[in-house]
Design a protein around this ligand. Sequence first.
Ligand SMILES: [Zn+2]
Ligand SMILES: [Zn+2]
Length: 270
Amino acid sequence: MLQFISIGSGSSGNSYFLRADDYAIFIDMGVGVRIFNHLCQTYGIPQHLGRAILLTHDHADHTRAVGSYASRRHLPVYALEAVHQALLQNYIQGTKIPAALRHDILPESPFTLGPFTVTPFEVPHDSRACCGFHITAEGTTFTLMTDAGHVTPRMADYIRRSRYLVIEANHDAQMLRTGRYPIRLQRRIASPTGHLENAAAATALADHLSPEARHVWLCHLSQDNNRPEVALQTVCNALTAAGFPVGNGLDVDVLPRRTPSSTFTLEVAD
Ligand SMILES: [Zn+2]
Ligand SMILES: [Zn+2]
């Protein structure tokens, strides 16, 4: 049995939970520990099954709680070497990840964690380094790519290989331009190493998604420069125009920012 839950998604804190029977991994640990525990308790998320933490990158909304959570639960933390270095040097990061729990990973170099085979791949973003994860388990494929200024050819390859895909739909370009963010911040977000806009996510999906894909989740939506219905419509329109059976074999959902999603059960191979 394979399950996916988003615990939080967006600039207030990102964390995702992927479970194969009694073995689970977290991707990112950016929700403060107290809120994280409260959410897991309230929503019945079996966090005690967590065996490891994967980090996409070093920004605080993805790593805020990683040091204390990993220490307390003795969980190994897998991240690119530059991401581990950035966290060690960052004074805002209170509790450091103990050396014994730090594991360096390399782009395009697969490793196994229990039933999961994980392949990190590079994602263009203005952190010290950033990666997405392509994960195979029980004969199916799950990919998560977030905080991506644009979609690279390599990312497109991983979109093609995914039955289940989490992809950033951060902002609507028009809402960002006419919104209240100062010009400098607007430029940062819209740059090729910033965040992925709805239309870019939509085009990448329409161009590269496999006919085998079953579920796409849109993540890391901006509170100010996006709305769930806008992101969903932009992506669904593009997919429908490209001939995908949206709602009729292919599900598309937006992940909530501050609360956990439903528990999604992934179809596995027989
Ligand atoms: Zn982020
Ligand atoms: Zn980031």
